[in-house]
Design a protein around this ligand. Structure first.
Ligand code: FE2
Length: 323
């Protein structure tokens, strides 16, 4: 694993015994087991080898960044099998959903085709809503199985899952949950037009870069505004997710009562995801610390009532832990 090209993590739970992935799969060392190539591209997934690493607590494997589209094709061929198997534990299905959704979004963002991105977003959102809505999913359980690397596709996928969690807790029906899930997948679509040097800069942005970055809600709005397959609420998720209820946000600096509810919802889950994920210049924040920070912004940055409901989600799981 010393290749210069870099690796991306994948979930061990996505590896089906006997499947031919056609790509090399690597693992980091585990107690009593070596750090090595787990499966070569020309061999099938070996069940006993897979079990040894899973039993040793290894949950992630790695693939060459160049192979990620082949991996995505594999997931697209097998995701129904992986997600609809009722024998597969919920954690694993959530993990697979995370990989599938971020892979689909990654592929579509690279392609730069809005039509395909929206179509794919609607397909994967259906799966996310089905899985989250029909199961008792705890926020910490979901957080634990998602990747938290710094990629727009990972961020958008995670924001989408959190958006469904919050929408469900707010009492939105499944149609609205789907609408919100798709809107969240699209919320940063304007970043497609921002210089990748700014997006991937390994440190805080200077003023000029920050101003360029702050244009992404406007660019996203312009990309989606004429589309009939994007609802007004979804459009507002893209346009208003950086607005703050005290009027200190951007691009319009409008107060909370003028921000669409979906925009206020998106603001909460967007910041939560950003805080709990890796950034080039800082480590992910613990959920508890992220919530401390966010509650300090209750009623200033975030809609107070919606934030209370988001806090409920974290309190709920503390009760579960004690049982
Ligand atoms: Fe954004």
């Amino acid at each position: 694993m010393s290749d210069h090209r870099g690796f991306v993590p994948i979930s061990m739970a996505t590896l089906l015994p006997s499947a031919m992935l056609g790509i090399d799969v690597f693992v980091r060392s585990a107690p009593g087991l070596p750090s090595a190539k787990l499966f070569a591209s020309d061999e099938p997934v070996c069940e006993s080898k897979l079990r040894d690493y899973c039993n040793a607590g290894v949950t992630s494997a790695f693939i060459d960044v160049e192979d990620r589209h082949k991996y995505q094709s594999y997931l697209q061929r097998n995701w129904h099998l992986l997600l609809e198997d009722s024998q597969t534990p919920l954690e694993n299905r959530l993990e697979i959903m995370g990989d599938v959704v971020r892979g689909v979004i990654d592929k579509q963002l690279q392609g730069g085709d809005i039509q395909s991105l929206i179509k794919a977003s609607n397909q994967v959102a259906e799966t996310a809503v089905k899985l989250i809505s029909t199961n008792e999913v705890a926020l910490s359980q979901l957080c634990a199985v998602l990747h938290h690397d710094y990629g727009t596709f990972t961020h958008s996928a995670n924001v989408s899952f959190y958006a469904v969690m919050l929408a469900k807790q707010l009492g939105y029906d499944q149609v609205e949950q789907h609408e919100v899930a798709v809107g969240a997948l699209l919320h940063d679509v304007g970043k497609m037009e921002i210089d990748s040097g700014i997006i991937n800069k390994p440190g805080p942005l200077n003023l000029q870069e920050m101003n360029a970055m702050k244009r992404h809600p406007i660019i996203g709005f312009e990309k989606l505004v004429h589309r009939e397959d994007v609802s007004f609420g979804q459009l507002m998720m893209t346009y208003q997710h950086h607005e703050r209820v005290d009027g200190s946000g951007y691009p319009c600096a409008i107060p909370g009562d003028l921000i669409h509810p979906y925009g206020r919802l998106c603001a909460i889950v967007d910041v939560f995801e950003a805080l709990t994920s890796q950034r080039p210049y800082r480590k992910p924040m613990e959920i508890e610390k992220a919530m401390d920070f966010m509650t300090s912004k209750r009623g200033t940055d975030f809609d107070a009532d919606m934030l209370d409901v988001w806090v409920e989600l974290t309190n709920k799981e503390e009760v579960n832990y004690e049982q």
